[in-house]
Ligand binder design. Structure first.
Ligand SMILES: Nc1ncnc2c1ncn2[C@@H]1O[C@H](COP(=O)(O)OP(=O)(O)OP(=O)(O)O)[C@@H](O)[C@H]1O
Ligand SMILES: [Mg+2]
Length: 529
């Protein structure tokens, strides 16, 4: 592309020089010849006149200066062209002896010739003409030259302009091709089958993380394929060359910088011309996207299966728990089988819990947003725990004012948060007091604040359990942080709760003193009415 523009520039300069030369020819030719003729004719006239004057001098030596009339007679004899002139005879001191004079306008040109008397210089004859006509003509020739030069330049510039236009269009299409190649991560190549040498577009080099100056041939290209892809491409190229078969493959290359890339490699043989043409595309992003889509559709399918399975398990497991409870109720307090039955209930509850979570996960309305009272997200989790609290001897106090403003969000998810906090509190209380105790307290209260932007509703869940050591306080929201025994807790309760609240524009903070209390405070935003 560069060479092309420099050639066009040279042609442009040459055509300018040529036009200039053509423009100079008419005035220069006219000027040179006309001026020489003017000078020559003046000199000849002066010589002729000096010869005639010399005759007068010879016939009348010493007194020739008084022959004014005869001299003037000689001077007034004009050549045929009848051009206006001043002719004058001057003595050695420059005094005019005789003259014949037309009116001339400057600029003027003068030529003179000596007058001799027996070999001695006695005066001069001078002839003067105007240069006006000459300059006028020269001007006309300059104009003619200029017109000629401009005409030629216009003629030459026509093909130059179309050349430039073609070059511009070529450049534009080259840029467009480069840009689309870059955006689509698509390159092309052409290889001579006999030599293995060829040409590749810049994008092919970019995909390989190479510079176009690195110059790659067929063998180099094959070497960039990963261990598993290399035999595949080698075989495909061999078949293309030997059996005239095209190929279209999705393979892996390892770039010059060691990065793995998924590529689509297409090869089309042209055996008549001993050429192999190719298309080369980086499909790494596309592949990733396809994989994520596949994963999310698998997850969705899993969700549906989970919902079905959960439903099926829910009923029998509740039956098992209820029958175990029935048996305990029937047995004596000290019956040894009670322990086993309690274990059955405990494990059964664990299964019910898992199933419950599974159902929650699969429920279609899990993104539904509504407005409700704070109490609506507390009742259900409390009911679910009521049995346990009673059994563990936990005293529960709930003080939620009735006139609290409504909050909005996904009820099910917020219930899950409260359920997590109640379960943590129960765990902490049982930790500190393994037996029922009057000091086993769980307090749930709330208050609201308001300002011109709406204000907030604050929910507090406080327990008098084992508390959280200072060094653990900033870790409790980390996923998988748990102090529960292995297999008991996942350590996900608080981190999931934190995420849910964040998505509702709400915040959670936890404050604690070891062996005294732990309180979680959730602040919900309330919109102005
Ligand atoms: N009310 C609390 N009193 C004392 N420690 C708490 C309390 N709430 C949370 N913690 C501490 O924070 C840790 C993390 O809590 P989180 O709810 O995230 O997970 P987990 O309760 O251990 O497991 P999971 O929620 O899966 O049962 C707990 O293991 C516990 O050490
Ligand atoms: Mg928990």
């Amino acid at each position: 592309m560069k060479n092309r523009s420099s050639t066009i520039n040279i042609i442009k300069r040459l055509s300018l020089a040529f036009s200039l030369a053509i423009a100079c020819i008419p005035p220069l030719t006219y000027g040179m010849f006309s001026y020489q003729y003017l000078q020559g004719s003046l000199v000849t006239e002066a010589e002729i006149n000096s010869r005639l004057v010399t005759e007068i001098i010879n016939s009348n030596p010493d007194l020739w200066e008084y022959e004014t009339l005869r001299l003037e007679g000689i001077l007034s004899r004009r050549p045929g062209s009848g051009e206006k002139e001043i002719r004058q005879v001057v003595d050695l001191q420059g005094k005019i002896i005789a003259e014949s004079k037309d009116t001339l306008s400057p600029p003027l040109i003068m030529r003179s010739h000596l007058i001799m008397d027996s070999g001695v210089e006695v005066g001069r004859i001078e002839i003067i003409r105007s240069l006006k006509q000459f300059l006028l003509n020269l001007g006309i020739f300059c104009a003619v030259g200029l017109a000629l030069g401009l005409g030629i330049m216009a003629l030459i510039s026509l093909p130059i302009r179309s050349l430039q236009q073609a070059e511009k269009e070529l450049l534009q299409s080259y840029k467009l091709q480069e840009e689309t190649s870059r955006l689509g991560r698509v390159g092309g190549w052409e290889i001579n089958i006999e030599t293995g040498e060829g040409h590749m577009t810049n994008e092919v080099y970019r995909i390989h993380e190479l510079s176009p100056d690195d110059k790659m041939n067929l063998a180099d290209g094959i070497n960039f394929y990963s261990e598993s892809s290399r035999p595949v491409i080698e075989k495909a190229i061999q078949r293309a060359i030997e059996e005239n078969e095209s190929y279209d493959l999705e393979l892996e290359i390892i770039t010059a910088k060691g990065n793995s890339r998924n590529v689509r490699a297409i090869g089309i043989p042209d055996l008549e011309n001993q050429r192999l043409y190719g298309f080369f595309q980086d499909i790494t992003e596309k592949k990733k996207f396809q994989e994520t889509q596949l994963r999310s559709s698998q997850l969705a399918a899993l969700g549906e299966v989970a919902a079905g399975v959960a439903h099926e398990i829910n009923n029998p497991i509740n039956g098992i728990i209820n029958y175990a409870q029935l048996l305990i109720n029937r047995n004596d307090e000290n019956d040894r089988s009670n322990q086993i039955l309690e274990r059955i209930m405990k494990e059964g509850n664990r299964i019910a819990n898992i199933v419950h979570n599974l159902l929650n996960f699969a429920r279609k309305d899990r993104d539904e947003v509504t407005s409700f009272n704070l109490m609506d997200i507390i009742v259900e989790p409390l009911n679910l725990n009521a049995q346990f609290f009673k059994k563990d001897g936990i005293h529960t106090e709930v003080e939620i004012p009735e006139d609290l403003p409504e909050i909005s969000g996904n009820k099910m998810k917020l219930e899950q948060v409260v359920l997590n906090l109640l379960s943590n509190a129960r765990n902490a209380l049982n930790n500190k007091f393994p037996e029922p105790s009057n000091e086993k307290f769980l307090v749930i209260d709330a208050k609201s604040t308001s300002n011109q932007n709406g204000g907030s509703v604050q929910l507090r869940i406080k327990d008098s359990g084992c508390g959280i050591p200072k060094e653990d306080l900033d870790k409790i929201f980390n996923p998988f942080f748990t102090t529960k025994e292995a297999g008991v807790g996942t350590g996900l309760g608080l981190s999931v709760s934190h995420d849910i609240l964040e998505n509702h524009g709400a915040t959670i903070s936890i404050d604690s003193q070891v062996n005294k209390f732990t309180q979680a405070i959730i602040t919900f935003p309330v919109k102005a009415k």
